[in-house]
Design a binder for this molecule. Sequence first.
Ligand code: ZN
Length: 240
Amino acid sequence: MARLGDLVVPLACAGCGARGVVLCPGCRALLGDPWRCERGAPRLDRTDGLPPLPVWALAALRGPVHGLVVAWKDGGRRDVDAALAASMLAAGETLAVALREVTCRVDVVPVPSSPRSTLRRGCVPVVGLAAALSAGLRASGVGARPDARVLRRRLGVRDQAGLGRDARGHNLAGALVARPTESDVPVLVVDDVLTTGATLAAVHDTLARAGRSVLGAVVLAATPLAPGTLAPAFPSCPGT
Ligand SMILES: [Zn+2]
């Protein structure tokens, strides 16, 4: 007969699998100071000569960080929410220094998940990241407010899974809706990962069409790129 202890799934690091911890110190340390990562995302390139949307990442999307993100998003590891939120809060405190140069207020907008993903997960994990980033920004003097109602996904749009790169971009662009608003508060977008940039490009276009000024985005992790591409400042913000 199995003992009770054998029936309990042993606690393991969501990143590397080390026994006995939710997130081991080594994996936790991989989520560090935010760095500019948009140059590694080909779909963020603009054809009008303007620079791509600035995106900051806390980690490179590889090794244990990749495992951590998958476990957190799709493996039901809600027990790492607090650690990820703490890292996002610290990132907000860091980014506030540059953000204060261009604005004193910002709306922090999480990228919405598809209705199917939300149903499967029972929550939208990135909403917690947006709240934590906002708290960090406020702690360092920026009037930040998380607002998950700014963007939503249309119902009845095809799931992204199984679509090619170009089809994903077109599909997503048609799937997002921005809430009409008269607000002139600029937006900082929050998402879990940056890979090709197709999602953030669609988010940026949707918000811009709704008249929102998008300062940039913050993600947990991004596809690694060559070092030396850091740019510390936010672009100038129209109207502030
Ligand atoms: Zn670990």
